[in-house]
Design a protein around this ligand. Structure first.
Ligand SMILES: *Cc1c(COP(=O)(O)O)cnc(C)c1O
Length: 252
């Protein structure tokens, strides 16, 4: 009896904490969704054109479950090991997207399991995806990552290289290029990134006009917590939001 009395308060505190965390995530999602709608209104776009990807990297499975209960169905991860662990735990009730730099030796763990790879930045990587997709008799949907600001620290083809890269990857029969992705520079002033989003859209329009087999430009993955509203105003169809939904990340 004594034991139960002693244990209860801490159990209650845990329950309260879990409840508070779930509320926090669901409120954050509602705020992001409102901002997405407002950005769509400003730019005369239909909110249904914009898919919100919940970027759950470093966050525990419980956080993803909370986001799912709040309506999220698209999750983005940037590390293969973490992604596969979460896919194994949660399953295919949601769409899984690989958004981070992908090493060739890890391709085999995700081909046929993720709906979209956002971060294809070289022909070598695409060839590896092709061979794994062929082995499994699947089609891999990918985006070509473009480093619009040409930052040294970032992966991605330059805008100048992108068209040739798309044309080469398009030859690979088990790959469908669905669009382009960019990671804009980190900034406190989202307006500074508008030019990169606008230019990625222009590049997509250019590529689309070439009518390349196996290539659509239906997806523009651009915009993160700091700049997704500007990205939407410039034509984003997927925004990748982590901090805005789950809060700051603690890297251990
Ligand atoms: C981490 C990450 C995001 C989300 O970043 P936030 O600023 O937390 O929204 C988006 N895209 C990629 C590729 C990422 O690695």
């Amino acid at each position: 009896m004594d034991n139960i009395m002693e244990e209860n308060p801490s159990e209650m505190a845990d329950m309260d904490k879990k409840h508070a965390r779930r509320n926090e995530i669901s409120e954050n999602i509602a705020i992001v969704q409102m901002r997405i709608e407002a950005a769509c209104l400003r730019s005369h776009r239909d909110p249904s054109e914009v898919t919100l990807i919940a970027v759950s990297k470093t966050k525990p499975v419980d956080d993803l479950l909370a986001a799912m209960d709040a309506g999220m169905t698209y999750f983005g991860e940037n590390k293969v090991q973490e992604l596969t662990m979460k896919m194994d735990t949660i399953g295919d009730r949601v769409h899984w997207h690989m958004i981070g730099h992908l090493q060739k030796n890890k391709v085999k763990y995700i081909v046929g399991r993720v709906d979209l790879i956002h971060s294809v930045d070289s022909l070598d990587l695409a060839v590896k995806i092709q061979s794994e997709a062929e082995k499994r008799s699947v089609i891999s949907n990918i985006l070509v990552e473009v480093n619009m600001a040409e930052e040294e620290s970032k992966f991605g083809a330059t805008a100048g290289e992108a068209i040739a890269l798309v044309e080469e990857i398009a030859q690979l029969p088990n790959i469908r290029i669905q669009g382009l992705m960019t990671i804009a520079p980190f900034t406190d002033v989202p307006e500074e990134n508008r030019v990169y989003f606008r230019n990625l859209k222009k590049l997509a329009v250019d590529i689309k006009s070439k009518n390349i087999d196996n290539v659509t430009m239906s997806i523009l993955s651009m915009g993160m917590t700091g700049d997704y509203e500007v990205a939407i105003e410039e034509g984003a169809t997927m925004v990748r939001v982590g901090t805005g939904i789950f809060g700051e990340r603690n890297y251990l």
